[in-house]
Structures are given as structure tokens and as C-alpha cells.
Write a protein that binds this ligand. Structure first.
Ligand code: MIC
Ligand code: SF4
Length: 639
């Protein structure tokens, strides 16, 4: 067996491990973050379970950090009380980004992790099967339900040789994005192997596993080897190490080879992570902002590299440089060893250990400038500035460009390469992680006025009728469907309020139109719903009465979220896409009967006088979920 198959088979509770079939796996660990976690904990509460049934669940606060009103602070207190009440760990605001902290303190080879954040695969760096999902799926796992998914294909990514000067793990994953695109990983697990692995440390592997999410992959995984042992030992957790690898004669569904020596510094141009070209093609482009951080590149080693490059120098006067350490551990370590002062002295603006600019929580770039970021996403407007020009690159490229004020190839400018060694011992201080309460029954849940009850959906109607409220192009992101940023994120626990922003970046009248027509349907292109795991991108449309999305293809997590909230995802062919227009009146005359009995549903476009069959591809379980009006109703019915 390959490594993914080994972990899946050890956790399999339903289905067969045949590619394309639905399987259910037992979940050992869960993580939530505040922007998805308030909803996930409300959903968990609605399931009526006494305490979390995973081996370990951690609730992080890292996204909604700016407290420009009472909302975020209220949510933090709510989450802290929920963790105490239901026996989860609580990582306090200021302790770091969930994926960084989880890797440092909790990730374990051979176990399964589900997280209400799309970059949960970050923990795959230590040989863990770590999968991102919507909050409701995570809540169900916390309640002891298996996690259901389609058995993915397993792709062997063979890394050969060693990285050349000033190239890094970030360039490896950018190369994969260049080759495969943002939909190239849908339905796949990327499993890394090859002689190039030997010198890749766990924090570097995490950069690759993290950004595998941008390929649309189910997850990415590295073997648990000597590097893994050294990392866990340095975290004081050597006892949690065990070797894990694919069998020598393991089969994979596909294979990709990357010769590391041949890589050069790469970057993703605006505004999609697969818009990848060599840095040399963009050299000389003026840069107004450089941001170091986000869960993909904010490790101690990333910060050390940037600090060493900037040491004794000053950033260019036209550049605003920000640094978000990924965790309090890495922050304290650069504070103790003095390198933090090199960053400050060079002119860096030091921000909290949190997501920060990555999700538009502050530091929106100025009009028209190029913002060069070590992050993983550059979707249009995600930075908080409409028409933004965000490039994604490695810490070395970012640091070199911060000094020169133009996009700079580190190979041309930085001289002899600097290699940061992984420390033999990380500074371990878990005082900002609050363990489960000893007296959970005495805990009072603290609910601020911004926390509104969960909206409900009734079982599906016998006949669905609705107009096309919106027709989109390809690769629509969940940031397009439900924008984030400092203004909208605080409304994550208030669906009536947040639904007012649904699709507004594309069509400001969308919420109004949906209300006027009592809901409707959406026509999408391919890879509809790529990006984040935010279930609000399904929950808010559901609240506005959206009944179905007909798209050429879907991103995995968003499709699951649609089903969880009772919105039917249909796959349509190009001719249907081409003949459907905004305002067309659609009818699904026999939807209930069709879903019960067939893989297709009869659809009539009454405006165009055409009818066709739309494929739903729902598994038996998903059919039942849709028929009951969503996963919450389904879980309650089964309980
Ligand atoms: C993101 O990077 O888009 C987020 C913000 O972390 C999301 C989660 C969310 O929207 O809260 C994700 O990646 O799942
Ligand atoms: Fe946070 Fe950005 Fe990572 Fe999402 S991608 S978890 S917003 S740092």
C-alpha cells in the first residue's frame, strides 16, 4: 500500500477503498479556527453531544484578530467557553496561526485530522492524513461521526536531487501549480517521495503540503522519517514519532517527477495561485508592499531567513514591509536570539502571530501598487483592495525585493545562499493553550449579541422553480461568493447579516435580487468554489433561498458544503452552460423522485424552451442529506 492508503485503511469505517467510491474514516483530531469555528461549535452544540468524541480537538483564534468593534472579541470569549464546556483545547488569540501551532504542538504521524480550514493539510508534513472541510463536517466529526469523502487517487510526487541556490520549498509547490493548475489536484492526494526528501525539514515540507490546497487536492502527505523524528524531538514530542512510509512495491495512480536542481525562483502573478512564471520574467516591476507570513511561510526558519537577509540593511523607502510570525513559538525564538531586532531595524512592521493581511485583516495595499507576499492565495480583492495586484513568492524573493523596491531575483542580488538549519530544540511554552476544563459541567457559555442562532432549512420541495440569479465564469472562489476581510469577517456568526455580502464583489445587487425572487439558482463554470473551506459560501446562499448550483465542475470542499446545506450541485455540459443566461426561469419538475432513483435530474429552462438532464453524482448518503434539507437535519434524524 502507499502511505495514504495505509492511514485510510487503518481508519476505514465505511465503504471500500476504490477510487471514486465514498468512504468514511474515523477522525482522531480536529481543528477549528475562529472565522469558521463559531459556526462549527454552534452546529456541534445543535447535535446535542456531551463532549467532543475525537481523541483531541483544538479551537484556535487566529483570523478575526482586529477588534474594531465588540464582535470578534465576543466570538473569542464564546469559543473559549465552548472549548471548556465540550472538552477541547483552546489556543488563545496571540498564540499563532492554527496550522503552524498544530504542526508544532499536536500533529502526529499516522493519525487523521480534519479541520475547518482549507490549509489543514499543512499537518501532512509529519505523515498525518490531514483534510480541510466545512464547519458542519468538522462538527459532525467532533460528535464522533466518521468523515465521508470520495476515495481519492494517490499521486506519487518524486522529488529528485537538491534545491539550487536561493530556491526553496515554496518554489517546489509553485512549480506544481504551474504544471497542474488550481484544479489539477481535485480528487487527488499528493504523496511525496524520492531522494530529494532527505534534506527537506518538516517546516519546509509543511510549506508544500499547505499549498497543495491551491491545487484543489484532498490533501498532501510526506512520509514520517528521520526528519520527522528530529522535528518532533526538537518540539519535545519524540515519543509521538513513528516511522510511516509507502511500501517499497506500493502502487500509485499517477506519478510526477520534479528535479529540484533544475528549479529556479518562481512567483505567482495576479490573481490566481497557478499564474506561475520565473521571477526573472518580472524583475524590475516596482513593489509597494511586501508581506512575510501566512500559514504557508511563517515558520521560525522562514523568519530567520528573512532576518538574515535584511540584517544590517534598510528596506526601500517605497516599500511597506510587514511580518506576521506564524506562531508565538517562532516569535519568541527570534526575539530571544536577537534576529527580531534585525527585522525591526531594517524597517519591518511587526504584526501579530495571526493570519493578518492574508485574509484582509488589515494591511490592504494602496491603490495600484504591487504587493509581493509569501502567502498562498492572491485571489482578486482578497487583500481588501479592489483591483489589487498581489504576487506570491518565497521568503527569499520577498526579502530581496523589499530591499530593492522592485521584483528581484534573489539569485542575482543576494550573493552566497544562506541555509537556515532547523533548531535541535524549539522553545516550547504551551501556556497560551488552555487544556480542557476539569469541571466542564460548570462552564457557562458566553454568547455575545452578534452570535445569532443557526438558520434552518426545511426538507427539499417536490418541485423546484427559480430564476438564474447569476452566471459566473471559471475558477470562482469562495472569496468571490462570500468575501472575507476586516469588515465582513466579524459577521461570521450572524448569517442574516453576512448574507448581505453574498456575491457582492461580482454583482452588488445579488442579495437584493435573491430576496426579490425568493431565491433561485446559480450557473457556474469549472472548478466552482475553489479556495477556502468557509461554509458561509453555502450557508448564506441557502439563507437567501438558492436551491441549486449548475456548474461545469466543482471544488471538493465547496461541493460538500453545498450538499451539507441542502443546495444541489449539478454538473452541466458546455452546451447547457452556453445556452443558460441570467434571468432564465428554470424548473426541476421531478427533483425528489429523480434524486431518489437516478443519477440525473430533469431540468427545464422555460425561458429558452429547452429541457435536459443534469448529473448530480450524489452518493446514497448525500441523496438522503439533500432530501432532508441538509446535514444537520440528517444527523438529527439519524440520532
Ligand atoms: C482562507 O485562507 O481563505 C481562510 C480564511 O483561512 C479559509 C477559512 C475561512 O474562510 O474562514 C480557508 O482557507 O478555509
Ligand atoms: Fe490564515 Fe491565510 Fe492560512 Fe487562511 S491561508 S489559514 S487566512 S494564513
Amino acid at each position: 500500500m502507499n502511505l495514504a492508503q495505509k492511514i485510510i485503511s487503518a481508519h476505514l469505517v465505511a465503504g471500500e477503498m476504490i477510487h471514486g467510491a465514498e468512504i468514511g474514516i474515523r477522525i482522531d483530531q480536529s481543528l477549528t479556527q475562529d472565522a469558521t469555528g463559531t459556526m462549527a461549535y454552534l452546529e456541534f452544540e445543535a447535535m446535542g453531544v456531551e463532549k467532543v468524541r475525537t481523541r483531541l480537538s483544538v479551537s484556535y483564534v487566529d483570523h478575526n484578530i482586529l477588534q474594531t468593534g465588540f464582535e470578534n472579541a465576543d466570538d473569542h470569549r464564546f469559543l473559549q467557553s465552548m472549548a471548556a464546556r465540550y472538552s477541547a483545547y483552546f489556543s488563545r488569540p496571540g498564540n499563532g496561526i492554527c496550522h503552524q501551532v498544530h504542526l508544532e504542538r499536536f500533529a502526529r504521524p499516522g493519525e487523521t485530522l480534519i479541520g475547518s480550514d482549507s490549509h489543514t493539510p499543512n499537518a501532512g508534513a509529519v505523515g498525518m492524513l490531514a483534510i480541510g472541510a466545512g464547519g458542519l463536517d468538522v462538527a459532525a466529526s467532533m460528535a464522533g461521526e466518521p468523515f465521508y469523502m470520495i476515495m481519492p487517487k494517490v499521486v506519487n510526487v518524486r522529488l529528485k536531487g537538491r534545491l539550487g541556490p536561493w530556491t526553496s520549498a515554496k518554489d517546489i509547490i509553485l512549480e506544481l501549480l504551474r504544471r497542474l493548475s488550481v484544479k489539477g489536484g481535485v480528487g487527488k492526494v499528493f504523496e511525496y517521495s524520492g531522494d530529494g526528501l532527505g534534506i527537506l525539514t518538516v517546516p519546509e515540507r509543511a510549506t508544500i503540503a499547505n499549498m497543495g490546497a491551491e491545487l484543489g487536492a484532498t490533501t498532501s502527505i510526506f512520509p514520517s522519517d528521520e526528519q520527522t523524528r528530529l522535528f518532533l524531538k526538537a518540539q519535545g514530542r519524540e515519543a509521538e514519532w513513528m516511522p510511516m512510509a509507502a511500501d517499497d512495491d506500493a502502487g500509485h495512480d499517477d506519478e510526477i517527477q520534479i528535479t529540484l536542481d533544475a528549479l529556479e525562483p518562481l512567483l505567482a502573478r495576479p490573481s490566481n495561485p497557478d499564474n506561475v512564471v520565473p521571477v526573472r520574467e518580472c524583475v524590475g516591476t516596482p513593489v509597494g508592499q511586501v508581506c512575510i507570513g501566512s500559514c504557508v511561510n511563517s515558520s521560525y526558519m522562514d523568519l530567520m531567513l528573512v532576518a538574515r537577509i535584511l540584517k544590517g540593511k534598510k528596506i526601500h523607502p517605497d516599500v511597506s514591509l510587514t511580518v506576521n510570525p506564524g506562531s508565538r513559538q517562532s516569535f519568541m525564538m527570534i526575539a530571544k536570539n536577537g534576529l527580531l531586532s534585525d527585522l525591526i531595524s531594517a524597517g519591518a512592521r511587526i504584526l501579530e502571530c495571526a493570519c493578518g493581511p492574508c485574509i484582509g485583516m488589515g494591511q490592504a495595499p494602496a491603490t495600484g501598487i504591487v504587493s509581493l507576499r509569501t502567502f498562498n492565495r492572491n485571489f482578486p480583492g482578497r487583500s481588501g483592495t479592489a483591483g489589487d495586484r498581489v504576487y506570491l513568492c518565497s521568503p527569499a524573493t520577498a526579502a530581496a525585493s523589499a530591499l530593492t523596491g522592485v521584483i528581484t531575483n534573489p539569485r542575482d542580488f543576494l550573493g552566497r545562499p544562506i541555509r537556515i538549519k532547523m533548531p535541535e530544540e524549539f522553545l516550547v511554552d504551551d501556556s497560551m493553550i488552555i487544556p480542557p476544563s476539569k469541571e466542564p459541567e460548570k462552564v457557562q457559555i458566553i454568547r455575545g449579541p452578534n452570535i445569532k442562532p443557526l438558520p434552518k432549512r426545511a426538507p427539499i420541495e417536490d418541485v423546484i422553480r427559480g430564476i438564474v440569479l447569476l452566471k459566473t465564469g471559471d475558477n470562482i472562489t469562495t472569496d468571490d461568493i462570500m468575501p472575507a476581510g476586516a469588515k465582513i469577517l466579524p459577521l461570521r456568526s450572524n448569517i442574516p447579516a453576512i448574507s448581505e455580502y453574498t456575491f457582492t464583489k461580482i454583482d452588488p445587487r445579488f442579495p437584493l435580487k435573491a430576496k426579490e425572487h425568493g431565491g433561485g439558482i446559480i450557473i457556474g463554470g469549472s472548478n466552482y468554489g475553489q479556495g477556502s473551506s468557509r461554509e458561509h459560501a453555502a450557508l448564506a446562499p441557502m439563507y437567501l433561498g438558492v436551491k441549486a448550483v449548475l456548474a461545469r465542475s466543482f471544488a471538493r470542499i465547496h461541493r460538500d458544503n453545498l450538499i451539507n446545506f441542502g443546495i444541489i450541485p449539478f454538473v452541466i455540459k458546455d452546451d447547457v452552460y452556453n445556452t443558460s443566461d441570467e434571468g432564465d426561469a428554470f424548473e426541476f419538475p421531478s427533483v425528489v423522485e429523480d434524486i431518489k432513483t437516478r443519477n440525473v435530474v430533469r431540468v427545464v429552462n422555460k425561458t429558452k424552451g429547452i429541457s435536459f438532464d443534469a448529473v448530480h453524482n450524489l452518493t446514497q448518503r448525500q441523496r438522503e442529506i439533500i432530501l432532508c434539507g441538509g446535514l444537520l437535519n440528517y444527523v438529527k434524524r439519524h440520532a
